[in-house]
Design a protein around this ligand. Structure first.
Ligand SMILES: [Zn+2]
Ligand SMILES: [Zn+2]
Length: 234
């Protein structure tokens, strides 16, 4: 099993330790054909990428694509902000971005109403709350051109069956994250049954971790996931 590309990596523009170029060099060394730079969304409380940096990040990705001969995508790991499915992307951001990943992160700048959303989603594990969390995700994938949902069930719990079905319909990939995978047997069996499309990513926060997807690979083998249902392995 070989990783073809890594679509979830961070840099010094948010919470990562390396530059875009340092991530790209490791991707090249590991034989990847593509890498996406996906720093934390603008409303992240601790480590947001700054909106005004998007232009130079875009230029840097294009420069490195030419320099190293591997495709360097500019993406973002956007934040889920409220139950209507709003995320921290505005129209003018889209012209810089090749790909949008989205995940729930508890450290997000929020207005009081959104803060209540965030606290509830995190703390309450009732069936009603889990369905509300799931609605928020489904609203988001209906509203935005999101390609990947990152580390599901981390931080807040969702109804995987309902969300996986919606992802399948919209062509949204479910991530097998390089640091954490939070699916139980029943959820895995359901996703296998409906042929969910997965992507394995590193979620690297330092260059040397780019392309490191052992947790995802072990998950695939242990759970007998069809290789053809994982878009970036060969
Ligand atoms: Zn994340
Ligand atoms: Zn991340």
């Amino acid at each position: 099993m070989k990783l073809l590309y890594d679509y979830h990596t961070h840099t010094v523009f948010s919470h990562g330790l390396g530059t875009i170029e340092e991530n790209v060099i490791v991707a090249k060394q590991k034989g990847l054909s593509e890498i996406a730079i996906t720093d934390h969304g603008f409303e992240h409380l601790a480590y947001p990428v700054k909106r005004k940096k998007l232009k130079i990040m875009r230029e840097e990705c294009d420069r490195l694509t030419k320099k190293y001969g591997i495709k360097v995508l500019l993406g973002i790991e956007a934040n889920l902000l409220d139950k209507t499915g709003r995320i921290d992307i505005i129209e003018e951001d889209k012209k810089y971005l090749d790909i949008i990943l989205m995940g729930y992160h508890k450290l997000v700048k929020l207005k009081p109403k959104q803060l209540w959303f965030s606290l509830k989603t995190k703390l309450l594990k009732t069936k009603k709350q889990i369905e509300e969390n799931t609605d928020a995700y489904i609203n988001a994938i209906n509203k935005y051109n999101i390609k990947v949902l990152t580390h599901l069930n981390y931080g807040i719990k969702v109804n995987i069956k309902r969300l996986a079905k919606a992802c399948k319909e919209k062509g949204v990939l479910i991530e097998l994250n390089g640091k954490r995978i939070n699916f139980n047997k029943e959820e895995i069996d359901y996703m296998k049954e409906i042929d969910t499309k997965f992507i394995v990513n590193s979620d690297a926060h330092r260059p040397k971790k780019v392309g490191e997807t052992n947790i995802g690979f072990n998950f695939i083998i242990k759970n007998n996931i069809k290789f053809s249902n994982v878009v970036n392995i060969g």
